[in-house]
Design a protein around this ligand. Structure first.
Ligand SMILES: NC(=O)c1ccc[n+]([C@@H]2O[C@H](COP(=O)([O-])OP(=O)(O)OC[C@H]3O[C@@H](n4cnc5c(N)ncnc54)[C@H](O)[C@@H]3O)[C@@H](O)[C@H]2O)c1
Length: 431
C-alpha cells in the first residue's frame, strides 16, 4: 500500500515521537523545526532529547525520515501536517500561542488541500481562531483538525503505539476521516468530536490528573497529623474501580512541561470567560506548598539549614526523561539555597539540562559522590537508581544519615534497619 508522506512541525518530544512512530508504521515523514542545531543534530543521526526507545526507533526508520528547517519542504510533500510546536506558559498563565501563529505565517500561499492537525495543547477556541485567520488570509482550503496528544514523557513511544484513545475534533467530516485513517492500525478507541470539545478533553484530562495528585497530597498531609499511612490509604482507595490506583501516589507534587502550564492555562481560560475555577486554584496552591514542606522536614532533624549540605536525588521532573521544565528540583533547590544550605544535585541523564537552571547547585552524575559528606538527602525523582538506594554505601559516605523520601519509593523498615533517619510524605516517620 502506498502511503502519502506526512509532515510534522516541531522536533520536540511530541513531534519526534509522532514522526518516529508514523515512520515506523511505514509513512515517509518530513520534520521541520526552527532550531538549526536541532535539525543539524537530527540530520547527523543524533537525538536531541532523551526519551527511552526514541533513538532506536529513529535509527530503524532513518530512510523514511527527513529533517529540515524549510517549511516549504513540508508543505510541498505532505497533505497532512501535524503541528507539534511548543505552547509554553506566559507570565499571565495563559498559553503562549506565538509558535502556532508562526506556523500560519509560514504557510505557502498555495496550500489548498493541506490539513493542519493540531497536536500541541491549545486553549479551547484556538481551532476556531485558526480557521478564521486562515479564511482572512485567503486559505479557506486548508483543513484543520484537533488531535490532542496524551503521551507521557518516559513512556511516549508505548503511549503512541498503544493509546488509550485517539481524540479527533474536526470542522469538516472528511478531514477528521483522513486523520482517523492514520490511526486505524493502532486499534484504539477513536473519539470523534467537534474541535472545541477535543481541545477541552485535553485540558480537562490534565486538570483531572493534577487534581488527583493534589488531593492525595492533601490526604498525605492529614495522615502526617493523624498517624495514618498514605501509601496504604492510596492502595485501599485505588482498588475501588470508581477511583482507580493511578495518580494516587503522594509526593512532592507535579511538575513538568504539561501539568503546571495546562492547568494554569485552563484556569486563565475560565477566568477570561468570566468563570472562577476555584478547584483548580486550590490544586495549584496545594502543589506549590507541597514541595516546600520538605524544608520543614529537614529542619526538624537538622535544625537551621544554614551551612548544611543537602543532596537532591533526581533533578528531571520525572524519571526516564531529561526534561527539566517546571521540575520540583528547581523550587526545592532555590528554597534550600535561600535557607543558606549548600545544595548538591544528582541525576543520571539531566545534568546538562539542569546546569543553566540550577545556578549555585553542585551537580554530579555519580550518586555516591553527590552524597559524600552530605547532612541529608532528598529523593526528588524516583529513578531506578534511587528506588534501589544503596543504604550501606551511602550511609558510609554521608555525614548524617538523614533521608527525606519525597516520592515514597523506599521501604521504611529497610531504612530503619540501615540506621537512617527516614522521613517520607504522609507516612509515619522512622528513625
Ligand atoms: N512533552 C509532553 O509530554 C507533551 C505531552 C502532550 C502534549 N504536549 C504538548 O505538545 C506541544 C509540544 O510539546 P513538546 O514537549 O514536544 O515541546 P518542545 O518544546 O519539546 O518542542 C517544540 C518544538 O517546536 C519547535 N518550533 C517552534 N516554532 C516552530 C515552527 N514555527 N515550526 C516548526 N517548529 C517550531 C521548537 O523549536 C521546539 O523544538 C505543547 O503544546 C505541549 O503542551 C506535550
Amino acid at each position: 500500500m502506498t502511503r502519502e508522506p506526512l509532515g510534522v512541525l516541531g522536533a520536540g518530544w511530541v513531534g519526534l515521537v509522532t514522526a518516529a512512530c508514523f515512520a515506523d508504521l511505514g509513512y515517509d515523514v518530513v520534520v521541520r523545526d526552527v532550531l538549526p542545531e536541532r535539525i543539524e543534530a537530527l540530520q547527523a543521526g543524533e537525538v536531541p532529547i532523551y526519551e527511552p526507545g526514541l533513538a532506536d526507533l529513529i535509527e530503524r526508520s532513518r530512510d523514511r525520515l527527513a529533517f529540515t528547517l524549510e517549511p516549504e519542504e513540508v508543505f510541498s510533500r505532505a497533505r497532512i501536517v501535524f503541528v507539534c510546536v511548543g505552547t509554553p506558559p506566559m507570565y499571565s498563565g495563559d498559553a503562549d500561542l506565538s509558535a502556532v501563529w508562526s506556523v500560519l505565517d509560514e504557510l505557502p500561499m498555495r496550500t489548498d488541500g493541506v490539513t493542519l492537525v493540531m497536536k500541541s495543547t491549545v486553549p479551547v477556541g484556538t481551532g476556531e481562531k485558526v480557521r478564521t485567520e486562515l479564511a482572512a488570509r485567503g486559505l479557506s482550503g486548508v483543513g484543520y483538525v484537533s488531535n490532542p496528544e496524551f503521551l507521557a514523557e518516559g513512556t511516549a513511544i508505548r503511549n503512541f503505539q498503544q493509546p488509550d484513545r485517539v481524540v479527533i475534533g474536526s470542522f469538516a467530516e472528511e478531514h477528521g476521516d483522513a486523520v482517523a485513517a492514520l490511526y486505524v492500525h493502532l486499534n484504539a478507541p477513536i473519539v470523534r468530536t467537534d474541535v472545541a470539545s477535543a481541545e477541552m478533553i485535553k485540558y480537562a484530562s490534565n486538570a483531572f490528573l493534577a487534581t488527583k495528585i493534589s488531593f492525595i497530597n492533601e490526604i498525605a498531609n492529614v495522615c502526617e497529623e493523624t498517624g495514618a499511612d498514605v501509601s496504604v490509604v492510596s492502595e485501599g482507595m485505588g482498588l475501588d474501580p470508581r477511583i482507580g490506583p493511578s495518580f494516587l501516589r503522594a509526593g512532592l507534587g507535579f511538575g513538568g512541561s504539561c501539568f503546571p502550564k495546562d492547568i494554569a492555562a485552563l484556569k486563565q481560560l475560565a477566568g477570561n470567560s468570566g468563570y472562577h475555577f476555584q478547584l483548580l486554584t486550590a490544586v495549584i496552591e496545594v502543589n506549590e506548598l507541597q514541595k516546600r514542606r520538605v524544608v520543614g522536614k529537614l529542619v526538624k532533624h537538622l535544625g537551621p539549614l544554614r551551612g548544611k549540605t543537602i543532596t537532591l536525588l533526581g533533578l528531571a521532573f520525572k524519571p526516564h526523561t531529561s526534561d527539566m521544565r517546571q521540575a520540583s528540583s528547581l523550587v526545592l533547590a532555590s528554597r534550600l539555597l535561600s535557607e543558606g544550605a549548600h545544595v548538591r544535585g544528582w541525576d543520571p541523564v539531566a545534568i546538562e539540562e539542569a546546569r543553566p537552571l540550577l545556578k549555585g547547585v553542585d551537580l554530579f552524575d555519580d550518586m555516591l559522590e553527590a552524597l559524600e559528606g552530605a547532612d541529608a538527602a532528598v529523593i526528588v525523582t524516583e529513578w531506578d537508581e534511587v528506588r534501589n538506594f544503596p543504604f550501606d554505601e551511602a550511609g558510609r559516605v554521608m555525614k548524617t544519615a538523614v533521608l527525606v523520601d519525597g516520592r515514597n519509593v523506599l521501604d521504611p523498615d529497610e531504612a530503619r534497619r540501615a540506621w537512617y533517619v527516614y522521613e517520607a510524605i504522609g507516612r509515619p516517620g522512622v528513625s
